[in-house]
Design a protein around this ligand. Structure first.
Ligand code: SF4
Length: 241
């Protein structure tokens, strides 16, 4: 180690080497939503989320019960949703991707809420190893990632957990993907985005909740009016995870 380093630099490096992630599942599939729709992807789902969305379809990731910690091999073998999880460093996760023989080169960090973790070590290692990396976040926690990470913010507004969507997350977003069912959800998004300096390249997607017909019609109409984009959960139409 460089003898010129000060103590805080040493501590930062130590943290980066030792950061451990709590992982609920890893699987390979096709991205079904947003700008990367259709892209073969490896999904890394973290354990833990305090945001509390009532319609959440991954409620089994909310808590991190110590008693459901298992080995990586046990968790990787599970065949249905459960709150079991394993811990791993960035290096260990990269080794798992190699050992599992995945062929996709696009990684999606999802959850749970990935921004509960310092993702700099993991995203940096993956990008150094020629993966593209996308993070899907609620926008309610600070973002700690490699700067080349594609940031998808699906803003969770007024949820039970009481966390606010952070301005800087909206301004760092490469895409904002908003689930909608009714006009009220568009109004909430308008209110949220007002006065924010979004990236000029930021894409805004509306995603009809649960493929409801009324929600889909509203999303189509609004996307045409605003020149926004429609995100369909295509994986649900073809019955894949
Ligand atoms: S932020 Fe995501 S994981 Fe957390 S409760 Fe909401 S939908 Fe579920």
């Amino acid at each position: 180690m460089n003898s010129q380093m000060n103590d805080s630099q040493r501590i930062n490096i130590t943290n980066e080497v030792t950061t451990q992630y709590k992982i609920n599942e890893i699987f390979e599939s096709i991205q079904g939503e947003g700008a990367f729709t259709g892209v073969p992807s490896i999904f890394i789902r973290v354990q833990g989320c305090p945001v509390g969305c009532p319609w959440c379809d991954t409620k089994h990731t909310w808590d991190i019960p110590p008693e459901t910690e298992q080995s990586a091999s046990q968790v990787l073998l599970k065949s249905s949703d459960s709150d079991t999880w394993f811990r791993a460093t960035a290096e260990q996760l990269l080794n798992i991707l190699r050992e599992e023989g995945y062929t996709a080169k696009h990684i999606i960090l999802t959850g749970g809420e990935p921004c509960l973790y310092n993702l700099v070590p993991l995203t940096s290692l993956l990008i150094e190893n020629d993966y593209s990396v996308q993070i899907e976040t609620s926008g309610t926690f600070a973002l700690k990632t490699h700067p080349d990470t594609w940031v998808t913010v699906s803003p969770k507004i007024n949820m039970k957990g009481g966390y606010e969507v952070r301005r800087e997350l909206l301004e760092q977003a490469d895409e904002i993907k908003h689930p909608i069912a009714m006009e009220k959800h568009i109004e909430e998004l308008d209110e949220l985005l007002a006065g924010k300096a979004l990236k000029s390249s930021c894409l805004i997607y509306l995603q009809p909740i649960s493929q409801q017909q009324r929600a889909t019609e509203l999303a189509v109409k609004t996307c045409i009016e605003r020149n926004w984009r429609l995100s369909l959960q295509t994986h649900k139409f073809i019955g894949i995870e």
